[in-house]
Write a protein that binds this ligand. Structure first.
Ligand code: PMP
Length: 431
C-alpha cells in the first residue's frame, strides 16, 4: 500500500498525532539482525532500535518464544521454574546488594514499582529526578518527565517529585568552573532539594536517574558526581534508583550503565531490551526491599512473571553471552565514536560527539558556537541519513543530538557504511 494512504488510514484509526518518524515516514514490513526492510524491499540499517538488542527476528529468541507458547503460558500464581531461574540470573548480573526481582511489562511499570519500593521502605514521599529526563508515561512516573525543559531550570520546590539540573560539562551550571567545582555545584542543587523535602514535611525517599542520562542527550558528567550523589542520598536516608531501561543490558559495553557512571544503586530498573520485543521489564533490589514491597502491596501483574517472559528473557541473555555482545559493543562502539569525533574539527555544525558503547550522540550546533543548539539541522541529518538507508533519530534536552543506538549485534562493516553515508550527509548540509 502507498505510504500516503496508509498514513491517512493511520490518522483515522489511531488518531492524528500518534508519533511517526521522518518527513517521509517509512513502511517497514520485515526485520532481520541489524536490518529493516520496507514494503518495496529496500533495506535500512537500523541504528536506532535498542529493543531488538540481539537483532530483529533473532532465531534463538523466536524459537524459545514459539516453544514456550506451544507448551505453557499462564499468569504467575503457580510455581514455575523458568521465572525463578530468570530472576536468579538477572540478580547475579549485579553486585551482592541486588537479590530479588519484581517483573512487569514496561519500563514505566518497573519505574512505578521502584518508586513504590522507595516510598514504602522509607515511609517518605519525596523523589528527586533530573530536569530533562523521561522515565515513563503513567500518571505517577510521568511526573518525572520534563523533556524540553531547559537545562539549569529544574530546581523546583513543590510537589513530591522535584528536579535538579542534569549534570554536564558541555553547558555547565557554573561556566568556567573546574570539573571538581562543577560536580560540587550540581551536588549543591541535590542537597538543596533534599533539604526542601525535609523542611516542608514531604520527606526524602530517593533519587532516580538514568545511569547515562540518555534522554538528556548522553552528557559527559563531571567526574565523581554520581558516586558522591549516591553517598549524599544514602546519608539522607534515601534510596538510589538506577533506571537502566536504556543504559543496561550491554548497551555501554558493560552490563550496566551504573558501572561506568561509578555508583552502586539500591534499586535497578530494566526494560526495553530484556525481551527483544516481548514486553518484559524488571525492578531489582535487595530481598529486604522486595519482601517489604510484596508484603505491603500484594503486587500482581497479569502478563508479568509468566513462563513466556521467562523463556524469552533467558534466550536473550543466552545470545548476549554466547555471541560475545559485550565485547562487540565495546569494540564497534569505540571505533564508531572515535571516527565520528575525528570529523568534528572538520565540520562546524558538529558541536560534540559523545556516548558510551553503542549509544552515541552527535550534537548539531549553529556555525561554530558549540553552545547554540540546532535541532533543525539534527532533523535534516536524520532525514537525509534515512534517505541513504540508515535509521537514526534526534534526541536530547534541545532535540539537537543525532542519536545512534543500534541493536547490540551492529557490526564494524555496518559502522563503516554508516560513516560514508554520514560524510555525504554532512557534505550536503555544510554546503
Ligand atoms: N526509562 C527510560 C530511561 C526510558 O527511556 C523509557 C522509554 N523511552 C522508559 C523508562 C519507559 O519505558 P516504557 O516505554 O517501556 O514504559
Amino acid at each position: 500500500m502507498d505510504t500516503t494512504m496508509l498514513a491517512a488510514r493511520r490518522d483515522r484509526a489511531l488518531g492524528a498525532g500518534a508519533p511517526l518518524f521522518y518527513d517521509r515516514p517509512i513502511h517497514i514490513v520485515r526485520g532481520e539482525g541489524t536490518y529493516l526492510f520496507d514494503a518495496e524491499g529496500r533495506r535500512y540499517v537500523d541504528m536506532y532500535n535498542n529493543v531488538p538488542c540481539v537483532g530483529h527476528a533473532n532465531p534463538h529468541v523466536v524459537e524459545a518464544m514459539a516453544r514456550q507458547q506451544a507448551t505453557l503460558n499462564v499468569h504467575s500464581r503457580y510455581l514455575h521454574e523458568g521465572i525463578v531461574a530468570l530472576a536468579e540470573r538477572l540478580a547475579a548480573l549485579h553486585g551482592p546488594a541486588i537479590e530479588s526481582v519484581v517483573f512487569s511489562c514496561s519500563g514505566t511499570e518497573a519505574n512505578e514499582v521502584a518508586l513504590r519500593i522507595a516510598r514504602g521502605a522509607t515511609g517518605r514521599q519525596g523523589i528527586v529526578c533530573t530536569n530533562a529526563t523521561y522515565h515513563g508515561n503513567s500518571e505517577a512516573v510521568g511526573k518525572m518527565t520534563r523533556i524540553g525543559e531547559a537545562p539549569g531550570s529544574g530546581h523546583n520546590s513543590q510537589g513530591d517529585v522535584r528536579a535538579i539540573p542534569f549534570p554536564e560539562t558541555l553547558r555547565p551550571l557554573v561556566p568556567g568552573a573546574s570539573e571538581a567545582e562543577l560536580a560540587e555545584a550540581y551536588l549543591e542543587r541535590l542537597r538543596g532539594v533534599i533539604r526542601g523535602f525535609e523542611e516542608d514535611g514531604t520527606g526524602f525517599a530517593g533519587l532516580i536517574v538514568c545511569s547515562i542520562f540518555a534522554n538528556e542527550g548522553l552528557p559527559d558528567v563531571p567526574a565523581g558526581f554520581m558516586a558522591r550523589a549516591a553517598e549524599m542520598v544514602r546519608a539522607a536516608g534515601g534510596l538510589v534508583i538506577a533506571d537502566e531501561v536504556q543504559a543496561g543490558y550491554a548497551r555501554t559495553g558493560r552490563w550496566w550503565g551504573y558501572e561506568g557512571a561509578g555508583f552502586t544503586p539500591d534499586i535497578v530498573v530494566t526494560g526495553k531490551p530484556m525481551g527483544n520485543g516481548l514486553p518484559l521489564a524488571a525492578t531489582a533490589a535487595s530481598k529486604a526491599l522486595v519482601d517489604g514491597f510484596r508484603a505491603r502491596t500484594r503486587y500482581f501483574n497479569t502478563f508479568a512473571s509468566s513462563p513466556l517472559q521467562a523463556a524469552v528473557g533467558m534466550a536473550v541473555l543466552d545470545v548476549i553471552e554466547r555471541d560475545g555482545l559485550l565485547d562487540n559493543v565495546a569494540r564497534v562502539g569505540a571505533a564508531l565514536k572515535a571516527a565520528l569525533a575525528e570529523r568534528k574539527p572538520r565540520c562546524a555544525a558538529i558541536g560534540d560527539v559523545r556516548g558510551h558503547g553503542l549509544f552515541i550522540g552527535v550534537e548539531m550546533v549553529k556555525g561554530g558556537d558549540a553552545l547554540d543548539p540546532d535541532p533543525e539541522q539534527a532533523i535534516a541529518v536524520v532525514n537525509r541519513l534515512k534517505d541513504r538507508g540508515f535509521l537514526t533519530s534526534n534526541a536530547g534536552a534541545f532535540r539537537n543530538v543525532v542519536k545512534i543506538r543500534p541493536p547490540l549485534v551492529f557490526a564494524r562493516h555496518d559502522a563503516d557504511a554508516f560513516l560514508e553515508a554520514f560524510d555525504a550527509t554532512i557534505a550536503e548540509i555544510d554546503g
